[in-house]
Structures are given as structure tokens and as C-alpha cells.
Design a binder for this molecule. Structure first.
Ligand code: ADE
Length: 542
């Protein structure tokens, strides 16, 4: 009985509960939506961002299934909002509502409605009062791309601009270091002149390829030099047509290229053939000959008995005055080569030497230098072919190669890059000259720059020293006790900078040399002490 009563109680409870649930559900279904309901109303909303429909009528939707809807339309200048209640099960303007299970009314554009047409639906009270116009997917993608790209673009522009400014700053710094002193006056006797080693008559042969079947009457003497491509001989150029036993002659140098080195001969001949190259600090060229019978190609030039600078420095300790003569003439020679003006101011093609080293510089009797060996030189004009440029990456002698040449990263598009690489090599030669000057104190045996490396270091070992270890020849403190040498050392450091753009120009160093000469002259005037000549070890002339 007890059991019967207990089960009757629980059945009653369950039945009562389910009735309550059904009623609650039914009343839930009966909740009617409150929506903005103005039908069509003009608006100033332009269909972008978010807008308020400005409808002051709120209606209780008649059917409990209905949701709130807003439609935005634009036909010509007529822009309207429609605010209505609508049952999503039915079509509205031929469309089924999407996204109505949403508390916000997010506008979607519908095409093919005869006007610009946006619709949104939502199921919260008065949710169709505030509408949000979302862009189409294409505009969204564009917006996302723009938003993510703009900072990247700004960053790139900032980086490029800062890099550019830094470059300009470095260049200006390099230029400002080159304090404008009295300009070199090439017109006063330093300009193009006939080399003292050869006479006027022989110099008339200059800059011509001797096509004559009659070759110059030359008698070869000893070999005075041997390079990669050619041998250089001291030679006698017979004068006049005298048949007397003691025929007059002039001493000349003959550079002899074997058949296989035709390209090198041709390049050097073409460089020399430019009359504008003539300068007292550039080897004086007489003529070129094709000695077909001997399968040889010749270049005939002035002869300099003191030989090349490397040989000279190996056998001589020099004074500050000698240093000045050698250094200033070297820089003037390089400046002339690089210049796009002749000493008279006419346009000339700038030339890069590309193999500046002490063995490619000759010492003249007055202890000034002249540049020689133009086998690798490059005319920096528009005639440069793509091939020539492409083969220009890494040429020269590894020991003297600038960091960017060692790395084959020379900027081929900028002709200044070739000059900057020459300036680096020139700095090493200036260092060699100082290293043999008595004014620095104790003078050691001659050593080439990076003398710790083997005789002909390869590009890889030079890369280790110059690029990896950022090494440069040592400039001991004692070298800077002399004011003149101090200037040369400071210039050298500016010329072997890792950054080619930061290097000074040869012209700038030439000007600095002429400024110290001027200071020297001033101090000579006020200095009553007699100068004791420095000891010079002289070796026999060749
Ligand atoms: N070695 C190379 N060229 C020379 C020249 N012109 N005179 C003397 N020695 C040289």
C-alpha cells in the first residue's frame, strides 16, 4: 500500500513538471519581437561604416517568428532605409534572410536589385536601429593587405631613407675631410710635358701604332722587368741615318708581349693611345708595334733607370723630402688618371688602373713617380660593354685588392667604385713609402703591405686578413711624430676604409701633399738650423 502511494506521488510530480515545462515553452514561443518599423524613410546614411536609422516608431512584431530587418537602398540621389518585421521563413524582395540569428544588424550588399541594395536582419529588440555596413570580401582583403603592408612599406621607406642619408653623410664626411687647400696648379710646369728620358724627336712617335712596315730601329738590351703578361727590356733606339760606327741612340724601354698576350698588349696600347693620358706622372709612351715576324707585340716607352718603386724602396732609405716627392707625385698621377678633365680643363675619359702596386710604379731620376703597366686599366666611359663590365669584378693583384674587389662586390654600375678601389691600393703603396722613411725613427727592412703573408698570397688568404680580420698594415705611434707623416698616415687610413664611399679621392690626397709642402717651406724659412742629410743607401743603377 505504502509502495502504491509512493509511486502515485512520483507519477503525479513528473506529470505536473512536464505540464509546467510545456507551458513555459509555449509562452517562450509567444514572445514577440520589438523592431524599428518605419517602412521607407529618407536617410543621409551613405552606406559606409555604421548608421542609425532615425526611425522613431517601434512596433511589436505581429508574429512571434518575426525578426527585425533594415534595408538600405540608393537610387540616384534618393537614399532610403526600410525598417520592418519579417518572418525569415518567407522571402522578402525575393530574398531569404541570412544571419538573422544575430544581435547586431550587419548589412550585406545584394546585387541585381535595380539599385544599390543592402539588407540586414537580427533577433534582438530594436536591433535594426543601428546598422553596420560591412565591406564585400574583396574590399576586406584589400583592407587587410593594406593594413598589414602599410607598416611594412613605411619601415622599408624609413630604412632606405636612413641608409641613403647615412651614405650621403659618409660621402660628405669624406669630402669635408678633404679640406680645400690651394688647388694643384698643373699649368705651371707640372702639366703634360715631354719626358726627360726621351727627346722631342722620339716623342713624335707617341700615341701611334707603328703600322709602318719599317719598324723602329731598336736594339734590345738587358731585361729589366718581367710581369704576368710581358717582359720589359732596356733598349737602344737608334737616331738619324748615320752610318758611322758610333751611332747616336736614345735609351727606351720595350715591353714585349708574346703572341698569346695580344689582348693585354691591345688594352695597354689603347689606353696609351689617348693623348689626354699624357702626364708627368704617367709613363711616357712612344709607340706600339706588331712584330709579326717574331710573333711579338711591343710597347715602346720612356726608360727609367731607377726601376720600379718596390725595387727602389727595397734598396733605399728615404728622407721626408723624398717621401713627399714620391707620395705627392704618385697621388697626382692617380688623380690625373681618374680625372675627367685634362690640366687645361678639356673633357677627358677617366681611367681606372686596377693594378696599382709599388712594382707598377716607376721612379724617375728626380725621385718622382710615374704609373706604368696599364694592361688591366679600364676606360670609364660609355663605351664600356656589358662584357667588359661583367669581367670587371675581380682583377688586379690579391695583396693590393680592396675589400669589395676581394669579395667581387664592386658596384659595376658606378664608375666611382673603380676609382675607390684604386685609392685603396694607392694607400697601401703610400704606407710602403713611409715604412722606408728615416723620419719615422727605426726603419726596418723593406716589406710589402701584409708582409706576414707568403710571396703571392691568394684571394682567399687576403680575404681572411682584410675582410674577416679587418686587418690593415700597422701604423706604429712613432710614425706620427713627424707632422708631415702624420698627415700622410691620417690620409692613408681614410683611403683604406672598408667602406669605398668613405674613402678620399686621389685628388684630395694630392692637395694635402701640396699643403704640407707649403708648411715645410714656411718652417724652412724660420728654421736656421742646418739640415743634416739623411743617410741614403744607394744601389747601382740598372
Ligand atoms: N720596368 C718596367 N718598365 C720600365 C721602364 N719603362 N723603365 C725602367 N724599368 C722598367
Amino acid at each position: 500500500m505504502e509502495l502504491l502511494r509512493f509511486s502515485a506521488f512520483w507519477c503525479g510530480t513528473i506529470l505536473f513538471g512536464s505540464i509546467l515545462l510545456e507551458e513555459a515553452e509555449a509562452s517562450m514561443m509567444d514572445i514577440k519581437r520589438l523592431c524599428k518599423f518605419c517602412d521607407v524613410k529618407a536617410t543621409s546614411c551613405i552606406g559606409k561604416g555604421s548608421c542609425k536609422v532615425e526611425c522613431d516608431r517601434t512596433a511589436i512584431c505581429p508574429d512571434h517568428n518575426e525578426v527585425c530587418v533594415t534595408i538600405w537602398r540608393q537610387k540616384d540621389d534618393n537614399i532610403t532605409f526600410d525598417t520592418v518585421c519579417h518572418n525569415p521563413a518567407e522571402q522578402l524582395y525575393g530574398l531569404f534572410l541570412e544571419d538573422y540569428n544575430n544581435s547586431k544588424c550587419e548589412m550585406k550588399e545584394k546585387k541585381g536589385m535595380g539599385s544599390r541594395f543592402f539588407i540586414c536582419s537580427c533577433d534582438d529588440d530594436e536591433c535594426n536601429e543601428n546598422v553596420i555596413f560591412s565591406q564585400d570580401i574583396y574590399s576586406q582583403v584589400v583592407a587587410v593587405i593594406l593594413v598589414s603592408l602599410v607598416p611594412l612599406l613605411v619601415l622599408t621607406v624609413v630604412i632606405i631613407t636612413s641608409f641613403y642619408c647615412y651614405r650621403v653623410y659618409r660621402q660628405r664626411q669624406a669630402q669635408s675631410k678633404c679640406k680645400k687647400g690651394p688647388l694643384l696648379d698643373y699649368s705651371e710646369g707640372r702639366a703634360i710635358m715631354i719626358n726627360e728620358e726621351v727627346s722631342e724627336s722620339s716623342s713624335t712617335h707617341a700615341n701611334n701604332l707603328n703600322h709602318n712596315n719599317e719598324l723602329l730601329p731598336i736594339e734590345l738590351d738587358v731585361m729589366v722587368g718581367k710581369g704576368r703578361f710581358a717582359e720589359v727590356h732596356k733598349a737602344k733606339l737608334k737616331q738619324g741615318s748615320s752610318v758611322s760606327e758610333e751611332q747616336a741612340f736614345e735609351t727606351v724601354a720595350v715591353k714585349i708581349f708574346p703572341d698569346e698576350e695580344y689582348a693585354s698588349w691591345k688594352n695597354e696600347k689603347d689606353i696609351f693611345s689617348d693623348a689626354d693620358l699624357r702626364h708627368e706622372n704617367v709613363l711616357h709612351f712612344l709607340t706600339a708595334e706588331e712584330r709579326k715576324g717574331q710573333r711579338q707585340y711591343w710597347l715602346i716607352t720612356a726608360y727609367h733607370p731607377l726601376g720600379n718603386l718596390q725595387e727602389y724602396l727595397s734598396h733605399h732609405i728615404i728622407t721626408w723630402h723624398d717621401l713627399w716627392l714620391l707620395g705627392s707625385s704618385l697621388t697626382r698621377g692617380v688623380a690625373h688618371l681618374h680625372s675627367d678633365r685634362t690640366p687645361c680643363g678639356r673633357y677627358k675619359v677617366p681611367i681606372a688602373h686596377r693594378d696599382i702596386k709599388s712594382s707598377n710604379i716607376l721612379v724617375k731620376k728626380d725621385l718622382t713617380c710615374c704609373l706604368c703597366d696599364f694592361g688591366l686599366a679600364l676606360r670609364l666611359d660609355n663605351s664600356l660593354s656589358v662584357d667588359e663590365l661583367a669581367n670587371s669584378g675581380q682583377v688586379g693583384t690579391a695583396r693590393y685588392m680592396a675589400p669589395e674587389v676581394l669579395e667581387s662586390r664592386i658596384n659595376l654600375e658606378n664608375i666611382e667604385s673603380f676609382k675607390q678601389a684604386d685609392v685603396y691600393s694607392m694607400a697601401l703603396v703610400l704606407w710602403e713609402i713611409i715604412s722606408r722613411c728615416s723620419a719615422i725613427g727605426e726603419v726596418k727592412e723593406y716589406e710589402p703591405p701584409f708582409g706576414n703573408l707568403r710571396e703571392h698570397p691568394c684571394v682567399e688568404s687576403m680575404k681572411d686578413s682584410v675582410l674577416r680580420d679587418k686587418g690593415r698594415p700597422e701604423i706604429p705611434n712613432s710614425w706620427t711624430n713627424h707632422t708631415g707623416i702624420q698627415m700622410v698616415c691620417a690620409s692613408i687610413e681614410d683611403c683604406w676604409d672598408h667602406d669605398p664611399e668613405a674613402r678620399l679621392t686621389a685628388q684630395c690626397i694630392a692637395e694635402r701633399f701640396s699643403e704640407v709642402e707649403y708648411l715645410d717651406k714656411l718652417s724652412d724659412c724660420s728654421d736656421s738650423e742646418e739640415k743634416i742629410p739623411e743617410e741614403i743607401i744607394v744601389v747601382d743603377e740598372k
